[in-house]
Design a protein around this ligand. Structure first.
Ligand code: FE2
Length: 327
């Protein structure tokens, strides 16, 4: 095997640390218009922290933003290099003017419409300070989540890319090309665009070369993206990924962890960004139906004996889509 391009399918999910749980739901579900499709808890360590999932209409892999609201426990990360700096979503072409108005009306901090790598894009910010962007792309045919306020002409379809802030390009480029099998498809100033196989939405990674930006936190905490995950089909493929990456010298790749909805392993890329590999064969409908996704807090079986303690600690949240979910 020359590299992992025949195994890795693109972005699986992106995971952020945010501040308040309800603030996060209101941002992703109401303003960005993502389907709130899972409420569970952080599975590492002892802190009782929500783990929220937001995706498109069908809660597809490659559309799922997940977040850990850290406000209640007061842990905050520092943004910097060695992190995913911007998470990009695709939207229909011609929709960015709608989004400028929407962000204005909802007091969401945003940038100007600009063009890079041939695509119009618009940056905007989560209340905890995280940067996102909308990228116009009609080649992406995934079905956006439609609400009373956001029609299919404007709805977010899923991930376009992540942009990583890195202080040095060469070794991060080696990891993404020689190990993962991405190809560099463009450079504009400090931005390097890499694409996997046929490229496009959810198969794009961008490096932003920021040699003077101090390194950001690697901890789990509010205000930073903790990691980006790439999709592999099954455990069998995951073992091939681990074997291959370990053989290149990345002996710190983690064991395979049970995340209940998928299995995962993690490796720290040379630029400092934590990369995860996650399987696609379990899925969010393991413990609730597609129609009911996100309607209630669900714990994995091994957390059930802590349920009372967790429920007593976590501030209750309101799912604004619940009536629609239950239709
Ligand atoms: Fe993850």
């Amino acid at each position: 095997m020359e590299n992992l391009s025949s195994i890795i399918q693109g972005i699986h999910h992106v995971t952020a640390g945010v501040e308040g749980a309800q603030e996060d739901i209101d941002f992703f579900a109401t303003i960005v218009g993502q389907r709130f499709c899972k409420q569970t808890v952080l599975m590492d360590g002892d802190l009782p922290i929500y783990h929220m999932y937001y995706g498109n209409q069908n809660a597809e892999i490659g559309t799922i933003m997940t977040s850990f609201p850290f406000k209640q426990v007061g842990v905050r990360g520092r943004r910097g290099s060695g992190q995913v700096k911007v998470t990009g979503y695709t939207v229909p072409e011609g929709s960015l003017e709608f989004w400028v108005n929407r962000f204005e009306n909802n007091h969401v901090e945003h940038g100007q419409i600009e063009k890079r790598f041939g695509q119009r894009r618009l940056s905007f910010f989560h209340p905890c300070g995280l940067e996102f962007e909308l990228v116009e792309d009609n080649n992406d045919t995934r079905e956006g989540y439609v609400s009373d306020e956001i029609s299919a002409d404007y709805a977010v379809k899923g991930f376009h890319s992540v942009t990583m802030s890195i202080r040095e390009v060469d070794e991060q480029m080696r990891f993404f090309t020689q190990a993962l099998g991405f190809k560099m498809t463009g450079q504009e100033g400090p931005f390097y665009q890499l694409e996997l196989n046929e490229g496009g939405a959810a198969k794009t990674v961008i490096f932003k070369h920021e040699p003077d930006v101090p390194q950001g936190s690697w901890i789990n905490g509010a205000g930073i993206i903790h990691h980006v995950a790439f999709a592999v089909a099954t455990d069998e493929e995951m073992h091939k990924v681990r074997h291959f990456i370990e053989g290149l010298g990345f002996t710190d790749i983690s064991e395979i962890k049970d995340r209940y909805y998928f299995h995962s392993c993690y490796v720290r890329s040379p630029g400092g960004i934590l990369c995860e590999f996650s399987t696609c064969d379990l899925g969010l409908t393991l413990d609730e139906s597609l129609e009911e996704l996100g309607s209630t807090l669900l714990l994995p079986p091994w957390k059930l004996d802590e349920a009372e303690e967790i429920l007593n600690f976590l501030e209750p949240v309101v799912n604004p889509q619940i009536q629609k979910v239950k239709k």
